[in-house]
Design a protein around this ligand. Sequence first.
Ligand code: PMP
Length: 405
Amino acid sequence: MVSDYKEILSDSAKGMKRSAIRELLKLTQKPEIISFAGGLPAKESFPLEQLQEISAEVIATDGAAACQYGSTEGVPELLEILAQRYRDQGLSFVTKENITMTTSSQQGLDSVGKLFLNRGDKYICELPSYLGALGAFNSYGGVGVGIPQDEQGMSAVELEKTLAEMKAKGEKPKFIYLIPDFQNPAGMTMPEARRMEILSIAKKYDILIIEDSPYRELRFTGKPQRMLYDLDKGEGNVITLGTFSKIFLPGFRMGWVLAHPMVIDNFVKAKQNTDLCTSAFLQKITVKFFQKNYFDANVKNIVEMYRKKLEAMLGAFEKYMPEGVTWTRPEGGLFLFLNLPEGYDAEELFQIAIEKNVAFVLGTVFFVNGKGKNTMRINFSYMSEEMNIEGVRRLAESIKELYAR
Ligand code: PMP
């Protein structure tokens, strides 16, 4: 090993941390543990038989192209399918020139950091926000400025206040990072009126919005709220990140960016310098999955599955949770957020819970201001309905023990 190994690391590398969640997941992977900690889609949602059939077809009919390098933007048929899906949802102004593939949303987030953040640059995020995004932005030296949420997501009042204060100091954040649908970690969805308010504040202060949208299609109840990209009419104030991870297969590592063509050009350059292209083989399998009309049926299946898992979990919360505990009631997605009464520490609870073989993620890791010590993120998609119920029962027992200490 070279003697100055630690010193020769770049400033970015010196600032990088391992993901608290990924580290925690290692702890929770013992088979006897009921884990609400990860954000994993259910194994039963993977359409393995259809994949077997389609993979063979792609190899037989288009094998060489599927195994070749592809264009950075992505397989044109897939870009067209995605554009058409947006048009079908009323975004009539979207064409495939507005879309470029990513090696899943995490690469989209990394590109956002690479494209917009110099060391010390500020960006706005929710309190709490997605840890993977905070980690990606942090690795480029970005500094998160947190805006509290209410039951409708990021507070527009607090956002405006913060932006006005920053402006008075001559500061301007590079972007506002939001997860408007079934937020990770808190689970709530931002109503359209709030989206409009946030968009108009962003326009007033001339700041880009990054709309991270992995869960939008996983709606179990209620009415879809228009995307920020839609409300902006594609005028360039919003960059949306999409992914197949939660509506198809996380292992395919396939996502996309929806943005103004000028912005798309920057994302393409960022990706070219990172991994050249996303696997053409996997994109072609996905195209066929759409062409055979398997895609929407598969999403419907996932929605039904998760709706039941969430119902089971919420029922168990009502039944078992002691006084003082509150939780969000998401209309879709993968997560809900649990609050212990003020003053109680979720980390202390974690020690008790792990003894009872149930795990969750400490909410505090999602807060850029270090708050949220009494909060927890709970995933409901991965375990079975029965395990969701049993896990909540054990969690409730753990909370009662914590209260008694
Ligand atoms: N953004 C959010 C809000 C997420 O929850 C996740 C995954 N948990 C991602 C992005 C990254 O997902 P992927 O890279 O699998 O598309």
